[in-house]
Design a protein around this ligand. Structure first.
Ligand SMILES: Cc1cc2nc3c(=O)[nH]c(=O)nc-3n(C[C@H](O)[C@H](O)[C@H](O)COP(=O)(O)OP(=O)(O)OC[C@H]3O[C@@H](n4cnc5c(N)ncnc54)[C@H](O)[C@@H]3O)c2cc1C
Length: 269
């Protein structure tokens, strides 16, 4: 009797983020609106008279007066190249995948069963094929600096996947066991996959969007999740082209931070 109340919404969805990104890229390229430079690293951003002038890359320099930093957890590092800040820290999000779950036998896709968001413990449980994914936002904070993240070729898994630290997830497993004893307590259900994934955390939990108050022409679209990616892209594009977006983005505006809130100490606190 630990569930005292809840609500059910049908509005949940699954996105294959790789496929979605590919489709959008292909559409942009087909429209002649997008040039992609794969395996090209930004090494520097030149600012003159307070305005972006040039991007320096491993494939040469690009003269431009408009740059959008959409580099996820690396965004602070790229912003520093232009002498400014994007206040976020790479932070661990722990997630494990357990299975095979007898109740999900025969499942053909994900979330055929509802995603459970346990708001008291700040966790989620979701059916993924024949398995159950358990994630938490309540484990102890494990923070990194963008400089700590390994280059792609040196990363064991991916640059944003670190080995799972079991000890940090003990309490969360207890919560999951309490909520779903039939699945989590089943001795035949084992851990198939467990990661310390890295995501972007800002001081107030909101994204960092808009033109830098310090450097003209330098835009940010960081600390954005897959789920709000398309909407954010549309809104920021409107803002860049028309000077304002259809929806009010002020709570995500990069200009909302006071000087002290942009410091590493404040962001990590
Ligand atoms: C375990 C886990 C589970 C998650 N689950 C969900 C979920 O269920 N739903 C959801 O919506 N989100 C989820 N997220 C969050 C989501 O994955 C991220 O928010 C999202 O991938 C960020 O996308 P992005 O494009 O901003 O950054 P990224 O995908 O990190 O892309 C940034 C890109 O910038 C490039 N880059 C960095 N520096 C440079 C440079 N100097 N020059 C050139 N390129 C550079 C990198 O190579 C990279 O390709 C999860 C995250 C984790 C860790």
């Amino acid at each position: 009797n630990i569930i005292l109340g809840g609500f059910y919404t049908e509005g949940v969805g699954v996105v294959d983020s790789l496929r979605a990104g590919t489709l959008m890229r292909e559409k942009g390229q087909a429209a002649g609106a997008l040039h992609v430079a794969p395996k090209t690293e930004v090494l520097g951003i030149d600012v003159e008279a307070g305005r972006v002038r040039r991007v320096r890359t491993t494939d040469g320099d690009i003269d431009t007066e408009t740059v959008a930093i959409t580099c996820g957890v690396w965004s602070p590092r790229v912003a520093r190249m232009a002498g400014t800040q994007i206040p976020l820290t790479p932070a661990v999000h722990q997630m494990i995948d357990i299975g095979p779950v007898p109740r999900f036998r025969g499942a053909k896709s994900d979330i055929e069963h509802p995603i459970v968001r346990d708001m008291d413990t700040n966790m989620y449980e979701r059916q993924a094929g024949g398995d159950l994914e358990i994630g938490s936002y309540a484990h102890k904070p494990i923070l990194y600096d963008p400089e700590d993240l390994p280059p792609v070729e040196q990363a064991a898994l991916s640059p944003t996947e670190f080995p799972f630290t079991q000890a940090d997830f003990e309490e969360q497993m207890q919560h999951a066991l309490e909520l779903m004893p039939e699945i989590v307590g089943d001795e035949n259900v084992g851990v198939k996959y467990a990661i310390n994934g890295i995501l972007s955390l800002t001081p107030d939990g909101m994204p960092v969007l808009g033109e830098s108050p310090d450097v003209k022409g330098l835009w940010a679209a960081a600390a954005v999740w897959v789920k709000e990616g398309p909407g954010t892209g549309k809104a920021v594009a409107e803002w860049m082209v028309h000077g304002e977006s259809e929806i009010d983005l002020h709570s995500s505006d990069i200009a909302r931070f006071h000087e002290h809130q942009k410091t590493r100490v404040h962001v990590r606190a």
